[in-house]
Structure formats: structure tokens, C-alpha cells
Design a protein around this ligand. Structure first.
Ligand code: AMP
Ligand code: MG
Length: 328
């Protein structure tokens, strides 16, 4: 491996696919577009590069990262691949689904946080696909934001958060889905029901249908096979949070709540910012929260999302964004 990429040489530059590949090869960090959110990527085979992800994000070291690969054929080596994983990969990849599997020899402790499992995904964005094909290996990438804050869904969001600490940003436009991938844990083997660890655009029902069996869920902090608590970021009570206090209210109560907050600077989000479909809420949520936050309010009021599977995933993010921040 050649010289590592110096921070000052490369402050928050927008780069193309070839340069992204070469930065990753040299142990640098590149922000990459995916259909979910922008990821902060490093070569998953380079423990020093992976360590920099944690430093730049200010992310606690024990939180595992998702490894992104070009296609399902790359799975062996990274993980033990049960039949159920092949079926889900066939149906949903490339796409917003992460599989947690028992780790293989390629999965470093730096990536898995020392767990016996590894999270794997094939993202759909053509630019990131091209980078994965060019690199040939895996890219470890959490969301490209400071730990606990709002995930980025545009290159500008990444530059605003991490600008001079990332060696390159690949600008792929706004993310099509807008919230993080669904995570399903298949590491329990045939004998154990698959468990959804994080809600996303691929619904538990769709997963159950492909697998022909019931799917459980474990959306809070879960116990691992080793009996330790795996503190997974998407499972922390407080995450995805703006600076302002975020409050969720039933749509019909929002006006009264806004009036009750006399003297406070309040921003109310509604259909104008979020649209009416679940897809538009998911796609626009993080940008709307960032824009509202940038106006410096004390409180952001958001209506409770209407029912529906994707809205449930949006609601999950909003509840974590609204949770009190005394979690660590
Ligand atoms: P982020 O990419 O920042 O959204 O966070 C990565 C997410 O992947 C975390 O929230 C974890 O829940 C999940 N994850 C990655 N690897 C594992 C694993 N081995 N076991 C459980 N969850 C994982
Ligand atoms: Mg994140």
C-alpha cells in the first residue's frame, strides 16, 4: 500500500469514480452515494483506514460497520452464507437490505467490533457500484455524518458535516430511498427465526414472504451469541438527532402544541416539506430536518407519520431523533 492520503491535501473534494477507487486503495476515506444515505467508506481490508472512520465520525469503537460488496458472489470469504441469505440476496440486491451473517476470514475485528457476525450489503447506486467493481474488495461504510447526528442524503450534507476530514466525496445526487437499510440477522442459523434489527424500505413482511417463514424483530439493544450487548447505532434510543429539540405530535394536535410553546422559536414540518407518500417522507426526512435545524429553532414539531410499513421505518427514525440525549 502506498502513502496514506493526507488530510490537508484533499479537503472535502468532489471526486470521480477512478479517483475514489485510488483513494480507497491508498487507505483514504471517500463519501459514497447509495440509495439509502451517503456512506463514509474505507477499504474493509485495511484496519487503519477503518479506524479513521471511527475517528472522523467520533463513533464509539465497538459499533460494527456494514461491509458493502459489488454483488452476492462476493459473500463467501466475508461470511458463512446460509440458504436464506442467498434467497434474500437474489430477491433484494442490489438494494436497501443488510444481512447479518456469521463472519468469515475477510471480516476484520476493526469492522465487526469483535462480534462473531458481520453486516453485508450490495448497494444499488451505479457510481458506488462502479467503485466496488473497480476496487474489487469490500467497503466498510457507516453513514457519513458525526455519530448520533442526522444522516446525509446529499453530497452537500456530507461536506457540511465532515468536509475537511474526508479525502473525497463522490456526488451521486440525492439518495433515492433516504433512510438507512433494513437489517436482518440470519446468524442464528436454520434453527432460529431471522430477526429484523433495523426497519427500512424492505419490510419484514416482504422478507418473511421470500423466506417462507416468520421473521422476528429485535429493534432495541440486542444480546449477542456471546452474551454481550451489541450497541448498534441504529438501535440506540437517541440517534439521527438535530440540534433543536424534536417533538412528534398527532397531526391534529400540532397547532395547539405550537401555540403552547409561547416565546420559543418553533418550526413545524408538514406536507409542504415531507410530501404525502411514505416514499417522499423517507426521501425528504433528513434534508427537511437539516434545513429546519439550520434555521436555529429551539423546537421542531413533526406530525406522527400515518400508518404503513415504510412510514413505520420513518417513525422509528423520528422517535430516535426525538429521544432525550442522555444515552451515553
Ligand atoms: P450505520 O451504517 O451508521 O447506519 O450503522 C451500521 C448499522 O449496522 C448499525 O446500526 C448496526 O445495527 C448494524 N450492524 C452492522 N454489523 C452488525 C452486526 N454484526 N451485528 C448487528 N448489527 C450490525
Ligand atoms: Mg448512521
Amino acid at each position: 500500500m502506498g502513502a496514506r492520503v493526507g488530510r490537508e491535501a484533499t479537503s472535502g473534494r468532489v471526486v470521480g469514480v477512478e479517483e475514489a477507487v485510488s483513494i480507497l486503495r491508498r487507505g483514504g476515506l471517500v463519501a459514497l452515494p447509495t440509495e439509502t444515505v451517503y456512506g463514509l467508506g474505507a477499504s474493509a481490508l485495511d484496519p487503519e483506514a477503518v479506524a479513521r472512520i471511527f475517528a472522523v465520525k467520533r463513533r464509539p469503537r465497538h459499533h460494527p460497520l456494514i461491509v458493502h460488496v459489488a454483488d452476492a458472489d462476493h459473500l463467501p470469504g466475508w461470511a458463512e452464507v446460509p440458504e436464506a441469505a442467498w434467497r434474500l440476496a437474489e430477491r433484494f440486491w442490489p438494494g436497501p437490505l443488510t444481512l447479518v451473517l456469521r463472519r468469515g476470514p475477510l471480516a476484520l475485528d476493526a469492522v465487526t467490533g469483535g462480534l462473531a457476525t458481520v453486516g453485508l450489503r450490495v448497494p444499488a447506486h451505479p457510481l458506488t457500484q462502479a467503485v466496488l467493481v473497480g476496487l474489487g474488495g469490500g467497503i466498510a461504510a457507516p453513514s457519513a455524518n458525526r455519530f448520533g447526528h442526522i444522516s446525509p442524503t446529499t453530497a452537500a450534507h456530507v461536506l457540511a458535516d465532515l468536509g475537511d476530514e474526508v479525502d473525497g466525496v463522490l456526488d451521486g445526487g440525492p439518495c433515492a430511498v433516504g433512510i438507512e437499510s433494513t437489517i436482518v440477522d440470519l446468524s442464528g442459523g436454520e434453527g432460529e427465526a431471522p430477526r429484523v434489527l433495523r426497519l427500512g424500505a424492505i419490510t419484514p413482511e416482504a422478507i418473511a414472504e421470500v423466506l417462507g417463514r416468520e421473521v422476528g424483530s429485535s429493534l432495541g439493544a440486542q444480546a449477542t451469541a456471546e452474551g454481550e450487548r451489541a450497541l448498534a447505532p441504529g438501535q440506540l434510543a437517541s440517534h439521527y438527532a438535530p440540534r433543536a429539540r424534536l417533538e412528534l405530535w398527532p397531526r391534529e394536535a400540532i397547532g395547539a402544541r405550537a401555540s403552547a410553546l409561547v416565546g420559543a422559536r418553533v418550526i413545524v414540518l408538514g406536507d409542504a416539506e415531507l410530501g404525502v407518500s411514505a416514499e417522499s417522507w423517507a426521501r425528504g426526512l433528513y434534508a427537511a430536518l437539516r434545513e429546519a435545524d439550520a434555521r436555529g429553532p429551539e423546537v421542531i414539531l413533526v406530525p406522527v407519520p400515518p400508518p404503513g410499513a415504510l412510514m413505520q421505518a420513518v417513525r422509528d427514525r423520528l422517535e430516535r431523533a426525538a429521544a432525550p440525549r442522555n444515552y451515553m
